[in-house]
Design a protein around this ligand. Sequence first.
Ligand code: CA
Length: 247
Amino acid sequence: MDSSNEVVSPKILVVEDETAIAETLEYNLTRQGYTVFMSANGFSALQMARQEAPDLVILDIMLPGMDGLEVCRVLRQETNVPILMLTARTEEIDKIVGLEVGADDYLTKPFSMRELQARVKAQLRRVRLIREEIHSAEEPTNDEAPQPKKLTFGNLVIVPDRREALLTGHPVQLKPMEFDLLLYLAHNRNLVLSRDQILEKVWGWDYNGGSRTVDVHIRWLREKIEANPAAPERIITVRGVGYRFEG
Ligand code: CA
């Protein structure tokens, strides 16, 4: 009998208050065969962790009430469950994985589902190895290059390192913010992104300009990269939510 054919699917607790990201995570992880529990704030996350004893916790830092760092500290005192933190700020990484907070791994927003799944598998494999007391030389982490050298979408090519976009081989004149926006959309292609999410990531979360700013920049960007800006085929408006970049 092959003991690796597990009947019980690993339980994952996802703590994320941003609906668009939470739904994407829930959908993808469920489809991967995990049993997923969702929580949108720190207090209910702790309750759920105690009640369901998940095999892995995916924990966003910015949460209403008790933030993710505090939740992580408390969980660490109670359990050895692997904790994968989500952060929009790279400055916090040392703190997150350091002794002070004690997360096992982190992902910087925006991240791809492939990246997330690789981290999830690595963490689950790690605990399974520890539980079964198997000492293997196998390297569990799967570090992919964070940014591809070129992103190609038909006749549109984005070169992140050079901060350059080409349309049928010709450079597109983009302002720095427009390029950042395009790159963010491209990295999150085929995902529905809320205006708040876009604001948080591209403009920084302290920005108070409102979602109009996003709409205006999207309009400018469309004029530069769409064949017909009035009938966009790359940056699609998702009614009542935000935008989706077709990849
Ligand atoms: Ca959040």
